[in-house]
Write a protein that binds this ligand. Structure first.
Ligand code: GDD
Ligand code: MG
Length: 366
């Protein structure tokens, strides 16, 4: 079975994490995000994957290579300029089989693709969308269904008055290549806005799936995905040992403070005396946590150094960041790669610092 992963978006909502690496290879717990997708796909018989890249394409290729480490054949298609979701699929057409699974490159899920494919076959659909129920459909593509599972309306990013169901496009669909005959080449096409609506009453079906599903494309959801993996809430694509209690601790990590599971602690990490690491935290390789620091529900990426007495609560600290002593980093703050922050800086409420910024002691009290 073949799959096409759309991975050419700029990931603007996840900046600065995506300022230096593309969204598909942003580290999630212990691996590049897309590795979770590849595991999931392989589990449903996918052995051939085409990745549609645009932004920072070489970054994806450098991390994933030919796919042998993931047990699939990987090929890359690079758009000269962003062509939108539909334009990107059209651009990859010559590599595609007659039937292909198309996936948005930012969904962490364990949807049963095998069952979805079986329904697609049964209904002789042209395109079968996996659907998932969400509390607020406004950030997604809303789908209205007929009793027989065919789609009667598709509304991308619906306005409040249009919301009459919680079912949305989960970003995983089975596509007959013939659908692309109707897509114009060499121009920007949104499959959601231009193609799905045209297929209504013309072979567009919805597959109501259950299970875990999350679009990781915002800081809140990226942290949520991290916590859910550590909790063992994602069924099929979870690394061994994450069951909601365990601590995945690299053998050479030095823990002199307190470490409360579940947590992931990478190779070469040092947690100094009096520090507390809790609340489903991920510490990447060679991270140093200073004495008396408190890290809770946070992600601290490779090589970051956290000063004494600094607290990081539900925030993301990029690779190689240096935080001085007595800093307070709060809810959904994202600090970009290589930032150097002096002592006693306070950042909260979703503040973002872009890569390589340098701030002196006490520069920000937010
Ligand atoms: N190659 C390529 N070129 N890929 C692109 C482009 C492009 O020009 N634009 C977006 N993508 C990729 C993104 O990298 C992402 O993996 C996927 O297409 C979807 O784009 P997002 O920007 O993440 O869209 P969204 O989250 O607002 O909405 C989409 O996903 C929802 C589910 O998460 C839509 O498909 C909604 O209908 C859906 O509900
Ligand atoms: Mg998205």
């Amino acid at each position: 079975m073949q799959a096409l992963i759309l991975a050419g978006g700029e990931g603007t909502r996840l900046r600065p994490l995506t300022a230096t690496v593309p969204k598909p290879v942003v580290p999630l717990v212990d691996r590049p995000f897309i590795a979770f997708m590849l595991d999931w796909l392989r589990g449903h018989g996918v052995d051939d994957v085409v990745i549609s890249c645009g932004f920072l394409a070489s970054g994806v290729r450098n991390v994933l290579g030919d796919g042998s480490a993931y047990g699939v054949r990987l090929r890359y298609v690079e758009e000269p300029r962003p062509l939108g979701t539909g334009g990107a699929i059209k651009f990859a057409e010559s590599l595609l089989d007659e039937r292909v699974l198309v996936l948005n490159g930012d969904v962490l899920t364990d949807i049963d693709l095998t069952d979805q494919l079986a329904q697609h076959e049964r209904t002789s659909a042209q395109l079968t969308l996996a659907l998932i129920g969400v509390d607020d459909p406004s950030a997604y593509g809303l789908v209205r269904l007929n009793d027989d599972g065919s789609v009667c309306a598709f509304l991308e990013k619906p306005s409040p008055d249009q919301i009459d169901t919680n079912l949305v496009n989960a970003g995983a669909y089975v596509l007959e290549r013939s659908v692309l005959d109707e897509v114009p080449p060499n121009r920007n096409v949104s499959i959601e806005r231009e193609v799905f609506p045209k297929l209504v009453d013309n072979g567009l079906y919805g597959y109501q799936s259950s299970g875990y599903w999350l679009d990781i494309g915002t800081p809140q959801r990226y942290l949520q995905a991290t916590h859910d993996i550590l909790d063992g809430a994602v069924k099929t694509s979870v690394p061994d040992g994450y069951d909601g209690r365990s601590i995945a601790l690299a053998p050479d990590a030095k823990v002199h403070g307190r470490l409360v599971g579940p947590a992931h602690v990478g190779a070469g990490v040092t947690i100094a005396r009096g520090a507390l690491v809790s609340g489903r935290t991920v510490l990447g390789r060679n991270v140093e946590i200073g004495a008396g620091a408190h890290i809770d529900g946070a992600v601290v990426l490779d090589g970051a150094v956290v000063g004494a007495g600094t607290s990081i609560i539900h925030a993301v600290i990029g690779p190689g960041v240096q935080l001085g002593a007595g800093c307070r980093i709060g809810e959904h703050v994202m600090i970009g790669e290589g930032v150097v922050l002096g002592a006693e800086n306070h950042l909260t409420a979703g503040a973002r610092l872009f890569p390589n910024v340098s701030l002196p002691d006490g520069a920000i009290k937010f």
